[in-house]
Design a protein around this ligand. Structure first.
Ligand code: NCD
Length: 319
């Protein structure tokens, strides 16, 4: 593993499988009465969030705490960031406090790269979402969830078919997923209106379609993306109704999926827009499970970056 996790492309197949296998080992901790391991005792993890987040920030916090690390939560609101402090000065402050890992979410694509590569800090940087660019731990928790349901929790995702639907243009989740799923051997189809596909998407390792129905019949997993209204400064589709009629997943469309297929969403959902409420709450939906898997996967990432570079031994997990 590299020192930082900035992009899903930082992980080759062996690295990605190591994270997933480590998460599987560590998951046993999450299901115990006392959910704690001493592994990262005395280490400090800083959550540096410049953008709003519920599940990702809480998930990293829970992950670090289950490994006994000290956690410092640093959100833009209520800190000197709202007084205009620069990323560099913030980084120097974190370094002075001895941060071993900085988990960063930022509205600007590339901010975690600057943090990792400018030489301001000596710890590991984990990208928890940068602009419309990448969100590698989301891709890892999605792959982990798919592997549990589609590959008996083992190995890669060779030949599994994944359909990712919606606002690809603004989605860091889509980009990271396409990269990681390709590394793990899955076949990915992106489905979106042409206005919600980024420039250069034809070079991504996946298929592109503008029609949802044909892509559902062959999918093992379908991942619905949130329509990111806060990043839209123009009209990308005629109306919300029109969007959900063509690209929303309702019960009728869900019936086109093969019986074993799962329905995913990274959250937060716009119920009634990209996904109907009854679909989100259906037995095929693994959306809540994605959240709990997220903690195990983030434990694995912190464990591998800060602790051992290999799978935990039975003794470590039993500690
Ligand atoms: C995503 C994000 O923030 O990139 N959410 C998440 O991390 N679970 C997707 C989104 O906001 O739509």
């Amino acid at each position: 593993m590299k020192r930082h996790l900035l992009s899903a492309a930082d992980l080759d197949r062996d690295d990605a499988l190591l994270v997933l296998d480590t998460a599987t080992e560590l998951a046993t901790v999450s299901s115990r009465a006392v959910r704690k391991l001493p592994t990262l005792r005395g280490r400090t993890v800083v959550n540096l969030f410049f953008e709003d987040s519920t599940r990702t920030r809480i998930s990293f916090e829970a992950a670090a705490k289950r490994l006994s690390a000290d956690v410092i939560n640093f959100t833009a609101k209520g800190s000197s960031l709202s007084k205009g402090e620069s990323l560099k000065d913030t980084a120097l402050t974190l370094e002075a406090m001895g941060a071993d890992a900085v988990v960063v979410r930022h509205g600007a694509s590339g901010a975690p790269y600057r943090l990792a590569n400018a030489g301001w800090i000596s710890g590991s940087v984990v990208n928890a979402g940068d602009g419309t660019h990448e969100h590698p731990t989301q891709a890892l928790l999605d792959a982990y969830t798919m592997r549990r349901h589609l590959s008996e929790g083992r190995g890669d995702l060779a030949d599994r078919r994944v359909t990712i639907v919606g606002d690809v243009l603004h989605s860091r989740v889509a980009r990271s997923n396409v990269l990681l799923l390709a590394t793990l051997g899955a076949e990915v189809t992106l489905v979106a209106p042409p206005t919600l596909l980024p420039v250069g998407v034809e070079d991504w390792p996946c298929e592109i379609s503008y029609e949802l129905d044909p892509a559902l019949a062959k999918a093992d997993a379908v991942m619905m993306l949130r329509v990111q209204a806060e990043r839209m400064n123009a009209a990308f589709f005629p109306s919300a109704r029109e969007y959900s009629r063509r690209y929303g997943l309702d019960a009728h469309r869900m019936a086109l999926l093969p019986d074993h297929a799962i329905v995913m969403h990274p959250g937060p959902m716009n119920r009634g827009m990209e996904i109907a409420a009854d679909v989100a709450d259906s037995v095929r939906s693994v959306i809540v499970e994605q959240v709990s898997n997220g903690v195990n996967v983030r434990m694995a990432v912190l464990y591998l970056l800060l602790g051992g570079a290999q799978l935990p031994t039975g003794e470590e997990v039993a500690a």
